[in-house]
Design a protein around this ligand. Structure first.
Ligand code: T4K
Length: 390
């Protein structure tokens, strides 16, 4: 049994000797950044691996989200979800855009397309959903609304590396939907470059604009075409990405095996539910959210605490809701009355550790702690909505 704390995730790293030749090249060439050879190679390799046409690397997903909005000249109001990491809404605020929060769907915890139309005003210019935990949004319904109202769609796809969905008889990347999709390669993600991110776009012209925007707006030595930012990925991060890419499929498979064990061990535990995996989707097992309903004896926070006593650092992704943070809670759309499902999710979800190196004995131990919390006589609180009733 592991003695060290177990965190919600542990970044995967390749064997150091695989990375050393890349470092040697960087040391020899002295090309450290500004769209160097590894940067260019990783863009090509990722397009091929993910099955997307164009991709621009960034230093992280937050800068990429800010830049994605800039590139489409989004202004006014953008419809988004409160059930996400705070960077989603922050990217709007950095552009002077007002976030308009709509509730999420109780099955996927993604933005509920049925709630979008009522939130559209003459100021609305775009929709920014996230593929939460890598579960694909209802991209078809969202696109129909976007087309009807002439809105752009920017997916926060930070969790969706490698996720595919069946379309016309074949598996295709979820990242091809909407106008732009933004990936995160942060240390805590399925594919990491320490820090990093990317924007996926459908055409070369958009990629060129993104490339200018992430390099201060420079087109050449003397021409600046936009108020760009410094969002470039360095050669160190890009080289690491090239090595990580060789292993990522194995890592995702290993995560899948961990998830399967949790599902097996947690089957039938009263008050514990796992999100269903939608049919026709290749998942990436980036997170393992479990829902502790009002019928779970010690409650979500009781379990969070009990796991900590066992040195297991599960995380409440996403609690609090973005709409509860001080800079957002004054917005009309932050009114809890309009966000009952998101609120119930924020109160009931616990993301338990999942990563390739997680030992089976630790999964068993974590599942035992979860099971132990269900044993006390359940107190059913009728004021708390039951998500995903079994
Ligand atoms: N959109 C969405 C939907 C996102 O989820 C995120 C990021 C973004 C946008 C923005 O992407 P980036 O700009 O970051 O590329 C973490 C991550 O920092 C954040 O990237 C991620 N979402 C979010 C869901 O989780 P924290 O504050 O929970 O991180 P932290 O440092 O507490 O890490 C969690 C655990 O992981 C630690 O307890 C231990 C382990 N860990 C972490 C790091 C950084 C390691 O073992 N090694 C490490 O280097 O936010």
């Amino acid at each position: 049994m592991s003695k060290k704390p177990i965190y919600v995730t542990q970044p995967e790293l390749p064997p150091l000797e695989e990375f050393m030749p890349y470092l040697q090249k960087i040391w020899d060439s002295r090309i450290l950044t500004n769209s160097g050879p590894f940067h260019r190679m990783l863009e090509v390799a990722l397009c091929e691996h993910l099955g997307v046409k164009h991709l621009s690397l960034f230093s992280n997903a937050t800068t990429a989200l800010v830049t994605a909005l800039q590139s489409l000249r989004i202004t006014g109001e953008v419809i988004t979800t409160p059930y996400s990491f705070v960077a989603t809404a922050h990217s709007l605020m950095w552009n002077g855009i007002k976030p308009v929060f709509v509730d999420v769907d109780p099955v996927t915890l993604n933005m509920d397309p049925a709630k979008i139309e009522a939130a559209i005003t003459p100021q609305t210019t775009a929709i920014m959903p996230i593929h939460c935990y890598g579960t694909p949004c209802d991209v078809d319904a969202i696109q129909r609304i976007a087309d009807d109202y002439n809105l752009k769609v920017i997916y926060d796809a930070a969790h969706a590396f490698g996720v595919q969905r069946e379309e016309e008889g074949e598996m295709r990347s979820i990242l091809n939907h909407g106008d732009l999709s933004v990936l995160s390669f942060h240390a805590t993600k399925v594919f990491n470059t320490f820090e990093g991110g990317a924007i996926i776009c459908p055409d070369a012209k958009t990629k060129q604009r993104l490339d200018h925007l992430k390099n201060f707006g420079f087109v050449n030595e003397t021409t600046v075409v936009a108020t760009g930012i410094n969002g470039k990925m360095s050669e160190f991060n890009a080289a690491l990405g090239l090595v990580q890419l060789k292993h990522v499929d194995n890592h995702i498979a290993a995560r899948g095996a961990v998830e399967a064990r949790y599902r097996e061990l947690l089957r039938g535990v009263p008050g514990v539910r796992l999100l269903d995996r939608p049919a026709g989707v290749t998942p990436n097992h980036s997170y393992l959210p479990i829902l502790l309903g009002p019928d779970y004896a010690i409650g979500r926070d009781g379990l969070y605490q009990r796991l900590r006593e066992h040195d297991v650092m599960a995380r409440r992704y996403f609690y609090p809701l973005i709409s509860d943070f001080p800079m957002y809670r004054g917005l009309p759309s932050s009114d809890p009355a309009g966000l009952p499902v998101a609120r119930a999710a924020a109160d009931q979800v616990l993301c338990v550790p999942i990563y390739p190196a997680l030992q089976d004995e630790d999964v068993v131990r974590i599942a035992e702690v979860i099971r132990s919390g269900a044993v006390a006589a359940p107190v059913v609180r009728e004021d708390v909505p039951l998500l995903l009733a079994a």
